[in-house]
Ligand binder design. Structure first.
Ligand code: SF4
Length: 300
């Protein structure tokens, strides 16, 4: 069984391709509202790092709207009752809000027959014991994925990008989530300002030694987007931007460092073209993916 890539894992588990529905919980982020930080992580856009998500509305309406967009990509042979989705709460910090409201929202989403997985993006400093109990009980209905945006293990970079939590906070939450039986996926950004290739490999090496093993990883190219602090920093003092060839090489070396059991969920990332400043080459998603996939075939 090929269990390296999330698309293969989902196909093997559910017998078909599973599509993501980007949904909104209405939560903000403590790193943006002044609770623990102001202005947010330097790379984070106004949309809270989820610029393709639906507007905040009742969950049934959000799902219906997201399905209208996603269903266009599905084979016409698939009947409505056979369509399966991941309910994906990506933007902002989706465990940072009223727990009763979030419990109701997530429960409603996970109980929909067309939803097979609930995926929740959040920060490791925003999962209270009460929230952990809620997530754990939802996980007994259907799989719950918790996506933690670590980005880097290096405190110097974490300070530079204004992440506002420590690596030990990530590690503690990781173990709490794993002990509660949840699936944990970690986001890593490749190409953060000031980081060398070796710094990026050190982050991936650290994640590869976590015990229990990390369930999944999203390897993401750093995007500089308009109206972000990172953009201001870049304009004031430009830093190195990786070429497609360089990114592909770093990416492949990162994948080689990961244990076979860690499923790869993302190889690059999507940025809204209207906001993308650098790397310009990343706007051509087809060329990017073809280049990466060809190198992957040659090297793995
Ligand atoms: S934690 Fe997430 S939502 Fe909050 S500022 Fe950072 S990237 Fe944006």
């Amino acid at each position: 069984m090929n269990n390296r890539w999330i698309s293969d894992v989902l196909k093997q588990t559910y017998g078909q391709k599973i599509y993501k529905l980007s949904l909104q919980s209405g939560c903000s982020c403590p790193n943006r509202d002044g609770t623990i930080g102001v202005g947010g992580c330097s790379f984070c856009s106004e949309g809270g790092s989820g610029d393709f998500a639906a507007r905040v509305a009742p969950i049934s309406e959000q799902i219906a709207e997201a399905r209208l967009r996603v269903d266009k990509k599905m084979p016409s042979s698939l009947s409505d009752s056979d369509k399966k989705y991941i309910a994906y709460f990506q933007s902002f910090t989706n465990t940072y809000g009223d727990t009763d409201m979030l419990k109701k929202l997530f429960t409603e989403a996970i109980n929909r027959p067309e939803i097979v997985i609930l995926s929740i993006g959040t920060r490791p400093d925003c999962i209270s014991d009460e929230m952990l109990d809620i997530l754990s009980s939802l996980n007994s209905i259907k799989p719950v994925w918790i996506e933690l945006g670590l980005q880097t293990i290096h405190e110097v970079t974490a300070t530079r990008i204004n992440r506002c939590y420590t690596l030990s906070c990530f590690e503690e939450t990781y173990h709490r989530l794993k002990n509660a039986g949840l699936t944990v996926i970690t986001h890593v950004i490749l190409g953060l300002p000031g980081e060398t290739h070796e710094d990026m490999y050190a982050t991936v090496r650290y994640l590869s030694t976590l015990d229990p093993t990390l369930d999944g990883i999203k390897l993401q190219l750093l995007h500089i987007l308009k109206n972000t602090r990172l953009y201001e920093e870049y304009i004031e003092s430009p830093f190195h931007i990786m070429s497609l060839e360089e990114y592909t090489e770093v990416l492949i070396n990162c994948i080689k460092l990961l244990p076979e059991e860690t499923v790869i969920h993302r190889l690059t990332g999507d940025a809204p073209k209207a906001l993308l400043v650098e790397p310009k080459w990343s706007a051509n998603k087809k060329v990017v993916l073809n280049t990466i996939v060809k190198r992957l075939r040659d090297e793995l």
